[in-house]
Write a protein that binds this ligand. Structure first.
Ligand SMILES: [Zn+2]
Ligand SMILES: [Zn+2]
Length: 408
């Protein structure tokens, strides 16, 4: 499975910095300043040219997606893990995919000063993803009620080309075409890249205290003013956080998203509505029944089957009254699944418990789930030999599946 290394410099002292693709916090071993990596949308990388000197390089954009495609079918959910790239412009004979060659290469972040022509995008990420959905769902039985994705990596990769009497792939320094074919006439318009990664010192925007977090986490804590922070474009925004106050000594706290949505179209507003819609066997008392319905999903990367099992179980539990607004008091697992990605899965979660199932083919495609609010929520888990176990709910996370899911 592909995970890229990125060559960069410390924004404070200029010392060389080697980053992993999943890094969001960089602690410089030289100047000891910790910086956050922020982007207004996708991270953008360039693949290195083998012999760049004296060449007019043209950088062609490729969308890259690594993650899971989820397909809601009448009989259940189908999962497909994919690690793919696709050219974001149409310019034959430029190759349609990056292939596997980028695996061993050290990438760099795109910077506004980079020389070369950066080709403009002709296709959005959503269009490209729709094409992946079509391609990877071909073998599935029809009807497909809904497609969604759980992304681990979504980025733009710029691969360099140049032309002499023929078109060359500058990464391999090898011709793409037979002699006599230079650059295609269309599809390669572009200019300077209008993008750069933004490095921000990892300090609490409210009080200036050092923020706490693992290198690959999306959420950071300030223990001074007890706040949690989450990237919102090129800045940090405060995120509501809650934690289950437990009476047992916790091993580790795992993060989940509680997401409130407008589901008035199907009459799902409260716990009582959920009990009816999901045909829950347990009796919901009057007070609990009035509780606002929320989706619950993991906020960390885990195998898709485990993700769906946890999301469905916790959503059916509606345990929001058991958590209090606070940060996790002990060690905690990093937040590695963006809330936007969690929102992507909500229709699939809904389809997993919705009854009667026969109405799904009509109901699901027409339904729009509009997320309105989210809360980062921590639950304590106790570690045993094979699993992390949540004592109040008896939910378990297999340790092997968790360590494997560093690359999903
Ligand atoms: Zn430094
Ligand atoms: Zn603070």
């Amino acid at each position: 499975m592909t995970t890229f290394q990125i060559e960069n410099q410390c924004p404070q002292c200029g010392a060389p910095a080697n980053l992993e693709e999943t890094d969001r916090l960089f602690a410089c071993p030289f100047c000891r300043v910790t910086s956050l990596l922020l982007t207004r949308d996708y991270f953008r990388y360039v693949l290195p040219a083998r012999n760049p000197v004296g060449k007019d390089l043209v950088y062609v954009p490729y969308w890259r997606f690594k993650g899971i495609l989820l397909f809601s079918l009448p009989a259940g959910i189908e999962y497909k893990f994919i690690d793919v790239s696709h050219c974001a412009t149409d310019a034959s004979p430029i190759p349609a995919t990056l292939g596997l060659r980028s695996q061993a290469l050290k990438l760099k972040f795109v910077t506004p000063e980079m020389p070369g022509r950066f080709v403009r995008l002709a296709r959005s990420f959503d269009d490209t993803l729709a094409a992946f959905n079509r391609r990877f769902s071909q073998a599935l039985p029809r009807p497909i009620l809904h497609c969604a994705h759980l992304g681990e990596s979504m980025s733009l990769m710029y691969s360099p080309f140049y032309a002499t009497d023929q078109l060359y792939d500058a990464v391999l320094d090898r011709p793409v075409t037979a002699a006599g074919g230079g650059f295609p006439d269309t599809g390669l318009a572009g200019g300077r890249p209008d993008w750069g990664v933004r490095f921000v010192a990892a300090l609490c925007p409210a009080c200036g205290w050092d923020l706490e977090g693992a290198r690959n986490t999306l959420a950071m804590f300030c223990r001074n003013c007890q706040s949690a922070w989450y990237p919102a474009g090129e800045a940090l925004a405060q995120v509501e956080s809650a934690c289950l106050e437990d009476t047992v000594e916790a091993g580790i706290y795992f993060p989940f998203w509680q997401i409130t949505c407008d589901l008035s179209a199907i009459g799902l507003k409260s716990y009582a509505d959920l009990a009816r819609i999901a045909n829950l066997p347990n009796v919901v008392d009057r007070t609990a029944g009035l509780r606002e319905f929320r989706f619950w999903t993991p906020a960390f990367k885990i195998r898709a089957q485990v993700f769906m099992r946890l999301a469905e179980s916790l959503t059916l539990l509606q345990a929001q009254d058991r958590v209090a607004p606070m940060l996790p008091p002990g060690p905690h697992h990093p937040v590695t699944l963006p809330v936007e990605e969690a929102c992507e899965s909500l229709k699939v979660v809904l389809a997993a418990f919705f009854k009667p199932r026969r109405v799904l083919p009509e109901m699901l495609p027409a339904l729009t789930i509009r997320p309105m609010q989210h809360t980062l929520t921590y639950l304590p888990f106790i570690e045993d030999q094979h699993d992390f176990i949540q004592p109040q709910t008896r939910l378990a996370i297999n340790k092997n599946l968790l360590s494997l899911s560093r690359s999903l």
